[in-house]
Design a protein around this ligand. Sequence first.
Ligand SMILES: Cc1ncc(COP(=O)(O)O)c(C=O)c1O
Length: 373
Amino acid sequence: MIHAGVEPDPTTGAIMTPIYQTSTYVQEAPAKHKGYEYARSQNPTRTALEAAFAAIENGKYGLAFSSGVAATDAVIKLLQPGDEVIAASDLYGGTYRLFTKVFEKFGIRFHYVNMQKADNIKQYITPNTKLIWIETPTNPLLNIIDIAAAAAIAKEAKALLCVDNTFASPYLQNPLDLGADIVMHSVTKYLGGHSDVIQGCLVMNDQALREQLYFIQKSCGAVPGPQDCFLVLRGIKTLHVRMQRHCENGEKIAHFLRQHSKIGKVYWCGFEDHPNFEIAKKQMRGFGGMMSFSLKDDNVDNAKKLLSSTKLFALAESLGGVESLINHPASMTHASIPKEERLKNGLTDSLIRLSVGIEDIDDLIEDLNRAIG
Ligand SMILES: Cc1ncc(COP(=O)(O)O)c(C=O)c1O
């Protein structure tokens, strides 16, 4: 993580990649230049970051985007009207909104499937299936999908498999190694790690696919600025130590919640009785700091009271930063999914989600204990 993709700056030897705050590059003669023409197409700070993305996901090519949804948008723009996508039924709300509200009207058909049994994907395959889109663990119920099994099904159908690896981060899971064609991240989360950047990325191995996605990146223009690229380069340098602590704290908080008399169900993919735990153990190196739970006295008012009572856990959207966050998916991150769809997937109005940060564990437990009352 510390060395991923980064070489000393060729012009000065600076050990930290400089922020190339420029929109264009001077050419010696028309089309005679140093590989950089215009900063929507290339920027040296972004080039270093894209190499880092590739390195940490065991991929050949990385591409940076101005947000996670911009990265998702680029993948869907590989498709044509009439093409079909099989997507997991339990997705980040913004991904679902992009699929249903933006791309459906261009004639792309999306099937939402419960993929906890990967075989469920098969019945939706048609000659028009071009992409399978999964998120694992899912946001916010931490459902686990078998990436290798989904990759085998995609391969047989000659469709691409794209995995949103935001929740696990490359420290815990590398979908390309399991047969995925594209890995997507909301870099905003664990890769940035400090709640100060909005960014997305794609990583892949196939050169032709990289060229198509690069063409979309430069043609549509959803590229991040160099300052944001610098911040993410810096964030990645500590991803491994941050993730170790997210995992340690996550495990302790999950067990604390589970034994608490006022807490109902706890969703954390490190519990041995969590659905598909064996698959999580096989494809992940740890279980992370994301979890959701309900209160035993399960109603929205009690949940809202708790959501406003914590001090260290800040009530906010997003996740994956060093500081702990508490969130109400039904009204915040997943409000763009219609209620009946949310309930079908078990996302109740009283569900509470935690992004456990890297603070002192005793302080975090004390904060939750006091707020739960
Ligand atoms: C799992 C997941 N995927 C994608 C996104 C979208 O990323 P961004 O907010 O960086 O556009 C998010 C954001 O919350 C997310 O949690």
